[in-house]
Design a protein around this ligand. Structure first.
Ligand SMILES: Nc1ncnc2c1ncn2[C@@H]1O[C@H](COP(=O)(O)OP(=O)(O)O)[C@@H](O)[C@H]1O
Ligand SMILES: O=C(O)C1=C[C@@H](OP(=O)(O)O)[C@@H](O)[C@H](O)C1
Length: 296
C-alpha cells in the first residue's frame, strides 16, 4: 500500500482504453527496455545463498510512461546482490514473449509484498504498476482505504474493488497489486483471470512482523484486536488467512517464501530480498504460461 501517487496520473488514461496484445496504452510511452545483453555470462536460475556482492539497488525504472519520468516512481531500496539483479533481468526477458502483454495480478495477504514485488516486476517487464487500493481511493475522491471502511463500510469498499478490477481487466501491460481481500469475491476472479495471477504466500509470522514494523493505520481490518501490536496483528492475520487460503489458491501460480528459502538454503524467510521473490514469481509465471501453451 505504499507510495502510490503516480497512479493518479496513469489510471484514467489507461483503464478505458482496451489495447490488445502488445499495443501500448494511449499517451506517450518512452520505453528503453534494452537491458544489457550478457552474451558470455551464463545466468543460473537459482540465486546463490552466499551474497558475493551486496549493494543498494535503487531499482531505477527503465521505462517511463505517460510523460511521467520513470524516476518519480518511488521504490523502497532493499539490499540486493548483483547476481539477483542479473537473474531478474534474464528471467524477465524469457517470460516477456509468453506473456503477450497480459496483466499480472499479485494476490496475497496484507503485507505479503504485493506492492514491493509488483513494482520490481513492472520495472523489469516494462509494464506499468497499479495498486488497486489506490485506484479505489481515487474513485472515492481521494478518501483513504481506512476512511472508506469507517464512513461507508466494507461492502462499499468491496464494490469499488470489483469495479476497479473490472476496468483493469480490459487493459494490458500492467502489474497490479490487489488488496488482500480481493480474492474472496468470485466475480473478481473472472476479471483477474483475464491476466496471470500470482499468489505471494508468506508465513503469517513474517506478515505480522512486517506490518507491526510499519503500523496498521492504513489497514482497517487489523484495527480491532487487543493486546500488544505484534500479537493482535498476528491473531487477526491468522484468522483472515484461514478464511481466505482456499481463495488465494485460485491464482494461476503460487510463490511460496518457504520454498524459496529452502531452495536458497536460508533459514528465515525474512532474509529473502524482494528481488529473489520477484525472480521466483517470474519463474512461476513462466511455468504457468508454458503449461498453458502445452510446452510441459
Ligand atoms: N521481502 C521483503 N523483506 C522485507 N520486508 C518486506 C519484503 N517485502 C515487503 N516488505 C515490507 O513489508 C511491508 C508490506 O509490503 P507491501 O509490499 O506494502 O505489501 P502488500 O502490498 O502486499 O500489502 C512494507 O513495509 C515492505 O517494505
Ligand atoms: O485484506 C484485506 O481485506 C485488505 C487489504 C488491504 O490491502 P493490502 O493487502 O494491500 O494491505 C486493503 O485492500 C484493505 O485494507 C482490505
Amino acid at each position: 500500500m505504499e507510495s502510490k501517487a503516480i497512479q493518479r496520473l496513469q489510471f484514467p488514461a489507461m483503464v478505458y482504453s482496451d489495447k490488445g496484445g502488445r499495443t501500448v496504452p494511449s499517451g506517450s510511452l518512452n520505453m528503453s527496455c534494452g537491458f544489457m545483453e550478457h552474451k558470455k555470462l551464463r545466468v543460473f536460475v537459482s540465486v546463490p545463498s552466499v551474497k558475493i556482492q551486496q549493494r543498494k539497488l535503487p531499482l531505477k525504472i527503465a521505462c517511463s510512461y505517460n510523460k511521467v519520468p520513470a524516476s518519480t516512481l518511488k521504490s523502497e531500496s532493499f539490499k540486493t546482490p548483483l547476481s539477483e539483479e542479473l537473474i531478474l533481468k534474464s528471467k524477465s526477458k524469457e517470460v516477456e514473449p509468453y506473456l503477450s502483454g497480459r496483466c499480472i495480478y499479485l494476490v496475497g495477504m496484507m503485507g505479503s509484498g504485493k506492492t514491493t514485488v509488483g513494482k520490481i516486476l513492472s520495472q523489469v517487464l516494462c509494464y506499468s504498476f497499479f495498486d488497486s487500493d489506490t485506484l479505489i481511493e481515487e474513485e472515492v475522491d481521494g478518501t483513504s482505504v481506512a476512511d472508506i471502511f469507517k464512513h461507508y463500510g466494507e461492502t462499499f469498499f468491496r464494490d469499488k474493488e470489483t469495479e476497479v478490477l473490472r476496468k483493469l481487466s480490459m487493459t494490458h501491460r500492467h502489474v497490479i497489486s490487489t488488496g488482500g481481500g480481493a480474492v474472496v469475491r468470485p466475480i473478481n476472479w473472472k476479471y483477474m483471470h483475464k491476466g496471470v495471477s500470482i499468489w505471494l504466500d508468506v508465513p503469517v509470522e513474517a506478515l505480522a512482523q512486517r506490518i507491526t514494523a510499519v503500523g496498521t493505520n492504513s489497514r482497517p481490518l487489523l484495527h480491532s484486536e487487543v493486546g500488544d501490536a505484534y500479537t493482535k496483528t498476528f491473531m487477526r492475520l491468522s484468522s483472515l488467512f484461514e478464511e481466505r487460503s482456499q481463495a488465494y489458491a485460485n491464482a494461476n501460480a503460487k510463490v511460496s517464501l518457504e520454498n524459496i528459502a529452502a531452495k536458497l538454503g536460508q533459514k528465515d524467510v525474512s532474509d529473502l530480498t524482494p528481488t529473489a521473490i520477484a525472480i521466483e514469481a517470474l519463474e512461476q509465471i513462466l511455468g504457468f504460461l508454458k503449461s498453458e501453451d502445452g510446452y510441459c
